[in-house]
Ligand binder design. Sequence first.
Ligand code: ZN
Length: 121
Amino acid sequence: MFTSSHSYYQAVASAQAQADANNANAKAAENQAQVEVLRQDVDRLLMICEALWGFLKEKHGYTDAQLAEAVTAIDLRDGRLDGHTTPAPATPCPQCGKTNSARRPRCIYCGSPLPVNLFTG
Ligand SMILES: [Zn+2]
C-alpha cells in the first residue's frame, strides 16, 4: 500500500486538495446560478423602468434630458458622480426625535411609525 509515511501524507494531502477543488467547483456553480438569477431580476427591473418611463414621457411630457438630470442629481447627493447611490441617512423619529436607521419601519425607542423611504436599500 504505502511504502512510507511520506507517501501516506502525500495521498492524504492529494485527497484533501481534490475535495477542496470539488467544493470550490460546487461553490462556483452555485454563485454562477445566483448571478444568473440576479441578471434576470435586473433585466426585468430595467424593462419595468423603461415601461414606466414611457408612460411618463407619453402621458406627462417629461423628456429624456429631464430624466438624465434627475438621475445625475441623485448620483450627486454624496458629492460624487460615480454611478452609485449612497445609503439614506439616519432618520429622526417624528414622535421622540431619536435617530433610527432609515431602513426601520418603526422607531426602536418609542415604536412610532417612521417616514417611509421606498428607495432605502
Ligand atoms: Zn421614537
